[in-house]
Design a protein. Structure first.
Length: 111
């Protein structure tokens, strides 16, 4: 079961929730059919729980939200992008460890 701290990002709420956020934001670009995405999901949940109140963490289903996926050139999933003040500061393609994601958010200002 997904963490309550993980937001659901969509084409319609992305600009406000991610690009307009005051805090650093981690976006997990994923799809239901993607097995590596499912493997990454509990790690994203753990990052969201650990950094609750310090960073925003959420997921964007690339099948249901093609506009944002195309805008950021998502060609492989899972892809995780860290945003700070509306700008991409780090991009990971494929499976990543929790420590790597937490460190990237810390670099972006999550304290």
């Amino acid at each position: 079961m997904a963490s309550a701290n993980v937001k659901q990002f969509t084409d319609s709420n992305f600009d406000g929730e991610v690009l307009g956020a005051a805090e650093p934001v981690l976006v997990d670009f994923w799809a239901e059919w993607c097995m590596p995405c499912r493997t990454l999901a509990p790690i994203v949940d753990a990052v969201a729980d650990e950094l609750s109140g310090k960073a925003k963490v959420g997921k964007l289903d690339v099948d249901a939200n093609r506009g944002v996926a195309m805008k950021f050139g998502i060609t492989a999933i899972p892809t995780v992008i860290i945003f700070k003040q509306g700008q991409v500061v780090k991009k990971f393609v494929g499976f990543k460890k929790k420590d790597d994601l937490v460190a990237a958010l810390a670099e972006a200002g999550a304290k």
